[in-house]
Design a protein around this ligand. Structure first.
Ligand SMILES: *Cc1c(COP(=O)(O)O)cnc(C)c1O
Length: 495
């Protein structure tokens, strides 16, 4: 499989290069040159397998430059033993035609683990193939969950350093504690005085800065990315959509198609569902759920992407994003691999903060996607309703998806079976979840106390990785302005 750049179609690299480099030199993202397809016979051959077995059949379709033994080691290293549930991605039947796909049973309690537990394995093997023996420096901008998941995945991985930037006021108390207490000899964490977009733009700027790259190269190091701009992040996410299809089929043998609802920020998770659809998984509608930062809702409904709007800090902070990086990949595919048009739109986005796609692309977007959003009030009401009526406790991000799904059903009358993606444990956002279940119950309580109280009120258990957080030593207390991010990198790497 050859990967092209969304901004320069003539770039053609194998997956090891795409994963090792993270982003193309022209600033574009790597995309598969043709999306592999799977048929009913393929699904029948993996339907009875466990998650690891399914992943071992799906990943080689894209990782054609990896041996079977390499893929086997990557998959086993990632998914055996690191999840608190015997199935890494269990499906929970809501008994109303909807199923919640829980993707947060990994070591950091968010869906980012599904990809970030395997990415270090993919990356070290990719670096061995193409990386000239250089030390890999992983740079991460996080809206909260990626940072911790990447730190857990990469801590003490040989020949690797990881530096994580997070927005100072844009993450939950638990997310922050998880990161600043991170163990490992090769990790560094730093807060940014700004929002996620500032952190992400800063990381992208450092990545594409030639002077920095040269300095790094002279010291025997090279950058890579653990953000969802890296193909190695996206690919493992395709696996759980194919796997969920198998589980849906096993539960409903006559099912012909299903919808997928994804709480969306950077457009990585829902893009993986789009790839699964292109491969042949019969997904009818891809339902894109946003919070008050509804730039994607507007884009999908109008074809105009405009980030010039108020930025809201919400109770679903991992979706507080106005620049959804992975949309670029979707546009490339929907525009018929038209790198020139994509480059133009991305130039307009960086210069003016907006762009308008052409009618053909707008029509293709509407064919595949439905979009809606939920504000904090609707989100909390949804958590309360789901818990009161069905005894199911979900986090704030998942609740955004459930709320948008309910609106969709009310509007469309569509009764197609639906998979709603659940992206975090409710305990990661305990204060807001507790307040939603029992109004006022979180008042005056610390993040940790909220977890304990939530456990009492709902008779559910605090996940093991979140126990004892407050007793851990704080290792990283610093914060800097976005313009100082370069210095942080230089200082940590001593270059
Ligand atoms: C990252 C994240 C999202 C958004 O996922 P994208 O792939 O960026 O669209 C949603 N919910 C949670 C809990 C997350 O951590």
């Amino acid at each position: 499989m050859i990967y092209n750049s969304t901004r320069c179609r003539s770039v053609g690299v194998e997956s090891a290069r795409a994963i090792n480099d993270g982003i193309s030199k022209d600033g574009g993202l790597f995309v598969p040159s043709n999306i592999p397809t799977i048929d009913k016979a393929f699904i029948n051959s993996i339907k009875e397998l466990d998650y690891i077995g399914r992943a071992k059949k799906i990943l080689p379709l894209y990782l054609t430059d990896f041996t079977e033994a390499e893929i086997d080691a990557c998959v086993k290293g990632a998914y055996s033993g690191n999840f608190d549930h015997d199935i890494p991605a269990p499906l929970s039947d809501m008994s109303d035609g909807s199923y919640i796909l829980e993707l947060w049973h990994g070591p950091t309690c968010a869906f980012k683990d599904m990809a970030l537990q395997i990415l270090p394995h993919l990356l070290t093997r990719s670096a061995a193939k193409v990386g000239d023996g250089k030390r890999t420096v992983i740079l991460v901008a996080t809206s909260g969950d990626t940072g911790k998941a990447a730190l857990e995945g990469f801590k003490d991985v040989e020949n690797t350093d990881i530096i994580v930037f997070y927005p100072n006021d844009g993450v939950s108390a638990t997310q922050k504690l998880q990161m600043v207490t991170q163990a490992g000899a090769n990790v560094f964490v730093c807060a940014i005085n700004g929002n996620f977009d500032d952190a992400q733009s800063g990381v992208k700027r450092i990545f594409t800065n030639k002077a920095i790259a040269e300095k790094l190269g002279a010291s025997g190091m090279a950058f890579s990315s653990a953000n969802s701009i890296n193909w190695g992040r996206l690919l493992p996410q395709i696996v759980y959509y194919v796997s969920a299809y198998c589980d849906m089929l096993n539960a409903n043998p006559d099912m012909t198609e299903f919808n997928v609802v994804v709480p969306t920020g950077n457009f990585g998770n829902i893009l993986a569902a789009y790839y699964a659809k292109c491969m042949g998984v019969p997904i009818k509608k891809l339902i894109c759920a946003s919070n008050a930062n509804n730039v994607l809702t507007d884009f999908i409904n109008t074809g105009v992407y405009d980030r010039n709007r108020k930025f809201y800090t919400t109770i679903s902070p991992s979706m507080d994003i106005l620049i959804s990086s992975n949309l670029e990949r979707l546009l490339y595919h929907l525009a018929g691999d038209d790198d020139a048009r994509v480059s133009e739109w991305m130039k307009s986005l960086s210069e003016k903060g907006c762009y308008t796609v052409d009618a053909d692309v707008k029509a293709a977007v509407s064919d595949n996607f439905y979009a809606g959003y939920a504000d904090d009030t609707a989100t909390k009401a949804t958590i309360n309703k789901l818990f009161t009526e069905r005894g199911y406790l979900c986090d704030t991000h998942t609740a955004v998806a459930v709320s948008v799904y309910n609106d969709y059903v009310a509007k469309s009358g569509d009764k197609t079976p639906t998979v709603i993606v659940s992206t975090a444990s409710p305990y990661k956002f305990a204060a807001d979840v507790l307040d939603a279940v029992k109004s006022g119950a979180a008042d005056g309580l610390s993040g940790i106390k909220c977890m304990e109280r939530l456990s009492e009120v709902t008779c559910t258990e605090i996940p093991t990785p979140l126990c004892g957080l407050s007793e851990r030593e704080v290792r990283f207390a610093g914060s800097v302005n976005p313009s100082e991010m370069d210095d942080v990198v230089y200082n940590y790497l001593k270059i």
